[in-house]
Design a protein around this ligand. Structure first.
Ligand code: ATP
Ligand code: MG
Length: 182
């Protein structure tokens, strides 16, 4: 790494998308790296809420430096008229909290976990997200996860990674495993 590269600090937009496993956990790995650098990380989980993920407990060890909040209730029914208004309300609430967190400058990194699903299900307008990301304080890093990342978000992101599924245990009938999936 050259000196000029290390001296030039700026907030980045990262997207972890694609059908393979590892989008959320890669974001948490990045959070772990950031917290170790003395940064403060907020992770808001859109749509999640019904499962008890291990990370809800492990992040508590980091106190106010790594805060994780589930903003949904899980098992969202999708598709136009079938979308439950309560789920849309929860997404709107999650987005409002996300927007304020990103603009506040209180957090060095904000992770919007599964936000890509909320957008692709038509529950959140991607233009609102683009507008907020473009208006954020310049040192704030934002990570967005979930399949089917919207092209307008991919366009403004700095680093976009698409997880490709080579195989997944689920395909041979293995149920979700503690410590791996939750
Ligand atoms: P993880 O949280 O393990 O990093 P992810 O964020 O990439 O996974 P999501 O789309 O958020 O994946 O789905 C979450 C759940 O679905 C996880 O329990 C994960 O193991 C499972 N999953 C992810 N990819 C696949 C797949 N290709 N086939 C079956 N299940 C999957
Ligand atoms: Mg995920």
């Amino acid at each position: 790494m050259t000196e000029s590269v290390t001296e030039t600090r700026r907030g980045l937009i990262l997207i972890n998308t694609g059908p393979g496993k590892g989008k959320t956990t890669a974001a948490m790995g990045t959070a772990l790296r950031a917290v170790g650098n003395g940064m403060r990380v907020l992770m808001l989980q859109f749509l999640k809420g019904s499962w008890h993920y291990g990370e809800l407990d492990s992040t508590k060890a980091f106190g106010e430096n790594f805060v994780l909040r589930q903003m949904g209730r899980g098992f969202v029914k999708i598709g136009g008229a079938e979308t439950d208004p309560e789920d849309i309300r929860l997404v709107e609430e999650a987005w409002e909290e996300a927007r304020q967190a990103i603009l506040s400058g209180v957090w060095d990194m904000v992770i919007l976990d599964e936000i890509n699903y909320a957008i692709s299900y038509g529950m959140l307008d991607p233009a609102k997200v683009v507008e907020t990301l473009e208006a954020r304080p310049e040192m704030v890093h934002v990570i967005l996860t979930g399949r089917n990342a919207h092209p307008s978000l991919v366009a403004i992101a700095d680093t976009v990674t698409e997880m490709r599924e080579v195989k997944h245990a689920y395909q041979k009938g293995v149920v979700a495993q503690r410590g791996i999936e939750y």
